[in-house]
Design a protein. Sequence first.
Length: 318
Amino acid sequence: MNRILLTNFARLHLAFLLLMALHLVTAVDCQAQNASSPNPPITIEADDIQGLLDESPEKVAKPEQPTSIDLLTLILRGGAFMIPIGIMSLMVVTLAVERMIHLRKECLLPRNLERELTLLNSPPETFNPSAALKSCKNHPSASSRIIQSMLVRTGQSLHEIEHAGLETAQREIDKCSSSIRWLTLAGAATPLMGLLGTVWGMIMAFHESSTLTPDRSRSEQLSEGIYTALTTTLAGLAVAIPAAILALYLENRLLKIFHSVEEFALDLSPGLTRFIGRGELNSTGQLTTMRSQSPNTVTPPPNEQQGATSQAITEGSH
């Protein structure tokens, strides 16, 4: 039995070897045939070469020139956030023009008032509070109100007179600077409005990029949404920068003018020293004696002639 199995195994092994030899012979025969038959040469005719030379080169597509940015289109695409920024810009222009007109020395210290008070105070020993008060009422202004607050305290100490004038000057400065505070607010709030619009635009751009149509790429969609969203920031800065500059300029201008007004008002206070404790202005603006003195008379100051004081009182009554 074992001999029969070995015989059959030998036969199978021999058949396998024969098949392998046949396969090798076939492969060698194919390679010999390929080597013996070379590829046919490729011939190029002269007409083909001339045709290639005569053909006009294809026109190279020129890159599209970037289109110019239309400011009106950007403003319209800014959305609803451009509305408050536009309102703030109108407010800045209005307040700037109004303050430019009113914050002038001619408005705060009229020339006629300055001239009349300068004449009354030359020299200070002949200064007439009644005539000065009348002149202030004829030229209503910030400086006239400051000087009136000093004149109504005629007869009090020089410190009280000057303190009253400085307090009134501070109130007038606060009144004139109320509009400037709105310019400061516009300079601080408008960029935040623009930033809010930009953040909202970025959110919308990324939201729309998540639902793109097949004909548009994500980068194209995002770039368009981002540059549109930045419009509100640009508008906010365009309003805020001039507003901040104008606010600072007008504030410095206001302080400079009132500094000269205060100097002019304080220059009048020496003319009131000779009435300290002796004369005062009543409700009608007439110079009268202090309540502690006898009525209808003014005690002359030491080393001063009675005629000069009587003349001053008479001029005040007229």
